[in-house]
Write a protein that binds this ligand. Structure first.
Ligand code: CDP
Length: 218
């Protein structure tokens, strides 16, 4: 059982969950934890060291020889790999193209899931990803799944000026064997296609209050 409150937000690529999770965390005074950034960081590590993402054995070896330090700065999760901050590289084309393959590797998921769970030992958190409600914190009663139509999601990613095959990532994420993207049975689903970030965050706050959570809404 987590020592602190956990709000789990899952959903497919470019559904708006990162922006919503960040806005919600600020509003509640919780720490925002971006688990996609962790999978992206490991992907960047493999790509930058020339390790093919399909070579599971070498990826695992790389992980065991790298010090992964997760922390918090300015209310948001941070990650360092052997003391290096990978943030500037995380939304590059190469990372976008390879992250879903890296995220299928059970040992990668095992290591990152343990680090994700550790956040709830220290902080109240809003954590977003693909498997937060289904696998990382299945016991939290506060689960949300944010969706948007494929057209809206492709448009959102393109408007950020980023090359990203959203549909291809969704397919790998939804069909992998370990912790696939699924809608947790008890998750509240929100279609964000026609909603603003604040609109979605507001719907979540309303739902949390309905569930009896006493929160300091800022
Ligand atoms: O921002 P976007 O929704 O495009 O992706 P992200 O949250 O940064 O996640 C990047 C990739 O990491 C996903 O496509 C998944 O392959 C993987 N991921 C995962 O497997 N499990 C998570 N909890 C978070 C991300």
């Amino acid at each position: 059982m987590a020592a602190h409150l956990v709000i789990a937000i899952d959903g497919p690529a470019a559904s708006g969950k990162s922006s919503v999770a960040r806005a919600l965390a600020r509003r509640l005074g919780f720490v925002y934890v971006n688990t996609g950034a962790m999978y992206r960081a490991i992907t960047w590590l493999a790509v930058s060291k020339g390790v093919p993402t399909a070579d599971t054995g070498r990826v695992q070896q790389l992980l065991h020889f790298t010090e992964i330090t997760c922390g918090v700065a300015d209310g948001e999760s941070t990650i360092l790999l052997d003391g290096v901050d990978p943030t500037p590289h995380l939304v590059g084309d190469e990372v976008n193209a390879n992250v879903s393959a890296i995220a299928t590797i059970p040992e990668v998921r095992r290591i990152l899931t343990a680090k994700q769970r550790a956040y709830a030992g220290e902080h109240d958190i809003v954590m977003e990803g693909r498997d937060i409600g289904s696998a990382v914190f299945p016991e939290t009663p506060y689960k949300f799944y944010i969706d948007a139509s494929p057209e809206v999601r492709a448009r959102r990613r393109a408007s950020q000026g980023l090359q990203d095959s959203v549909a291809a990532r969704d397919k790998v994420d939804s069909t992998r064997r370990t912790s696939p993207l699924v809608i947790a049975e008890d998750a509240h689903v929100i279609d964000s296609s026609n909603l603003t970030i604040d609109g979605v965050a507001g719907e979540i706050v309303g739902r949390l209050k309905l569930k009896g959570l006493v929160i300091g809404d800022r």
